[in-house]
Design a protein around this ligand. Structure first.
Ligand code: MIG
Length: 658
């Protein structure tokens, strides 16, 4: 049962696709207390046993209790435990205990979820403006609430089948030869792969929809050459459009008024990778159609997948910001010069640079910048900060809508860094700039079901870690989780240790681990299709299926995958196995490096399982089975005739194919 309540005059985010009549808030509202006079505040006193699920791409646990989360799309490449905002804004929470209900706060500005942070038993959701829709969804269970919510927000994006293969990426591949070398190494070493990603260096001066002709001569031929090797090249698209006379996209955007504007009507200027840029006003339907249409420049060259980046939108600095800092530094330098003696300099030499550095640091992602530009939404001028969390959504929507027109019969790969609920209909997301830390394997795992609750099914993290230097064992363990995430991509930052699978000793272990992904693709894809078509979750917390089992509810390092399986990857350094909790009898299987499959029935309860670096553990649920095929070096080469079933005798599996 869904109830919709209106407060003030909300912005139409288009997150929800089902039309509901707004109800009047009942006198005694059983789902909390609301005040919406100046600002909006929702409060609910949580029962000791209530679990709070949701919030999609957010820090910390599957049960969100005990911390603070702020929906305010931010490019922060250090996902440490104290962080409250990441790249997405997914304002959906589920209270699950004696009652089960979901709350979707459809509000595109900054919003705070205090989940037992200020007061341990109090859930408080607040924002500055009292203009929003609140949807209250009551159900029989947490999963029932999710299914109703997913129906409200529309069917999730389905990625093409090739995108269930493995992808290699690195910020730092600069030329066609760099890419060809990666492909050659994977193919020569028979490590399966379907995609290689093009990070910003393929562009000419970081200009969207251009190709650097020196580094990537004869690009369409190169795309074809790669296709012949069964490799899809996936270019990145950044949000900012470079200001440069003669660059057609810049000129068209200016002429048609398709860029975000300052209050005085001039085009807002922000510095990102290309230098000074304008932001396409993707909240303006005409501008959105125009920007989306540009993806065709690349699809005509044979490209069939994209990743959208920097679309929080990330701002290195604005013209206004630089002016302000200059003024502040000038003041500082003046005071400094007043006392200007060599003596002072000698004693306080570090003060000037430090103070200046601090000020310069604040230039990046300065919240003030988001109040300095406006969108034109059907003729209405809307200040950016009030709709900030919709930018990434609408950039990806621009691409998604356009790609449907460009290639109506062909599925395209599309995912984004920033997102809001609603974007799940157009593409997936990757979880941004993590680090080569063991703790981030676990964070990756915990985010997955929360994202599924919010509709995002095609998701994954940078396997091996983006920032910092990876190690062989970390990468192997992370891949062993990644073989189950729909988006399976090894990606890393410029300047870090090279982390392609062939960079490490005993490469055969990588061949085997990635190979297991390919053995499972028919199952994973089938379960993905079911989740998308039936508004279900591909990954679920154990508590969703075993709601009476406290131990299961509290297990946050294992996940149910599809309807038949449970995963329990190893995520600690130097461990030769791990403890697992089985809420019921299951078949424990391990994909062994010699290609065989180890099987053992384990009873309900706690077990320690041995898992070597080159073994992949998986659990098959009681009376279930899953299909496995022989490993293949790319998705097209999967031979469905090799399919057999593993699991419990007599079980039947419903295979969905497209
Ligand atoms: O400011 O394009 O999250 O995946 O490699 C960094 C370079 C910009 C951030 C993305 C990352 C990508 C990087 N980008």
């Amino acid at each position: 049962m869904v109830n919709k309540y209106v407060f003030g005059s909300p912005f139409e985010t288009e997150a929800v696709v089902t039309a509901y009549d707004a109800a009047k808030l009942p006198e005694c509202f059983e789902y909390g207390e609301i005040s919406a006079d100046s600002g909006f505040c929702y409060q609910y006193q949580m029962d000791a046993k209530d679990v709070i699920y949701g919030l999609g791409e957010a820090n910390r646990g599957i049960n969100k209790r005990g911390y603070l989360y702020v929906s305010d799309c931010t490019d922060d490449p250090n996902h440490t435990e104290e962080k409250t905002s990441l790249y997405g804004a997914h304002n959906f929470v589920i209270v699950s205990g004696k009652k089960h209900f979901g709350l979707f706060f459809d509000y595109p500005g900054k919003m705070t979820f205090d989940v037992g942070y200020t007061r341990q038993d109090m859930l408080t959701v607040s924002c500055e403006q009292e203009n929003l829709y609140l949807y209250v969804i009551s159900g029989d269970s947490a999963y029932d609430v999710v299914k109703q919510f997913r129906k409200m927000i529309g069917t999730s994006y389905v990625a093409p089948k090739y995108a269930f293969g493995f992808g290699q990426s690195r910020w730092g591949y600069k030329t066609k030869d760099d890419i060809a070398t990666v492909v050659k190494n994977y193919r020569d070493n028979h490590i399966p792969i379907d995609m290689v990603y093009l990070d910003i260096d393929y562009m000419q001066d970081f200009k969207d929809f251009t190709i650097n002709p020196e580094r990537f001569p004869d690009f369409p031929e190169f795309v074809q050459e790669m296709k012949d090797k069964k490799i899809h090249l996936i270019p990145i698209i950044d949000a900012g459009v470079k200001i440069e006379t003669g660059y057609d996209i810049y000129e068209e955007g200016v002429k048609n008024g398709y860029f975000c504007k300052r209050e005085d009507g001039s085009d807002f200027v922000a510095a990102v990778w290309p230098g000074w840029t304008h932001f396409p006003d993707v909240l303006n339907p005409d501008a959105r159609e125009w920007f989306g249409g540009k993806y065709e420049i690349l699809t005509q060259m044979g490209i069939d997948g994209f990743w959208n980046d920097m679309n929080e939108p990330c701002i290195f600095y604005s013209e206004e910001g630089v002016r302000e800092v200059n003024a502040e530094i000038a003041d500082y330098v003046e005071t400094f010069e007043d006392q200007n003696t060599t003596e002072h300099l000698r004693n306080n030499g570090s003060i000037l640079p430090w103070a200046v550095r601090e000020k310069l640091d604040k230039l990046q992602n300065n919240p003030k910048d988001y109040t300095r530009f406006y969108h034109n939404v059907n003729g209405q001028k809307v200040r950016h900060d009030l709709v900030h969390n919709l930018f990434g959504f609408n950039m990806t929507r621009a691409a998604g809508e356009a790609l449907k027109k460009i290639a109506p019969d062909r599925k395209m790969l599309l995912f984004s860094r920033s997102s809001y609920i609603g974007m799940h209909r157009y593409g997936g997301i990757w979880t941004g700039d993590n680090h080569s830390w063991w703790s981030h394997i676990l964070l990756n795992l915990k985010m997955m079901p929360s994202l599924n609750m919010c509709g995002f099914l095609y998701t994954g993290a940078d396997l091996g870690g983006f920032g910092s230097n990876t190690t062989r064992d970390l990468l192997l363990r992370w891949l062993s989780l990644g073989i189950f995430t729909p988006l399976m991509r090894n990606h890393t930052a410029i300047g870090t240790r090279e982390q392609e699978c062939y960079q490490f000793e005993h490469m055969e272990d990588f061949r085997h681990v990635v190979g297991v992904r390919y053995r499972l693709i028919p199952y994973l894809y089938s379960e993905y299709l079911k989740a998308a078509k039936r508004d279900e979750m591909y990954f679920r917390p154990l508590g969703f299926d075993y709601p009476e089992d406290t131990r299961a509810i509290e297990t946050e390092d294992q996940l149910l995958l599809g309807n038949e399986a449970m995963i329990a990857p190893v995520y600690t350094q130097n461990a030769s196995g791990r403890v697992v909790y089985l809420p019921e009898e299951m078949k424990f299987i391990k994909f062994m490096p010699d290609g065989s499959i180890f099987e053992e029935i384990l009873g309900r309860g706690t077990h320690y399982i041995d898992v070597a670096l080159n073994e992949i553990p998986l659990f098959i649920r009681k009376n279930c089975c899953i299909p496995v095929v022989d490993a293949a070096e790319n998705v097209e080469a999967i031979d469905m005739k090799t399919m057999k079933y593993i699991g419990f005798e007599g079980a039947v599996y419903e295979l969905l194919e497209e």
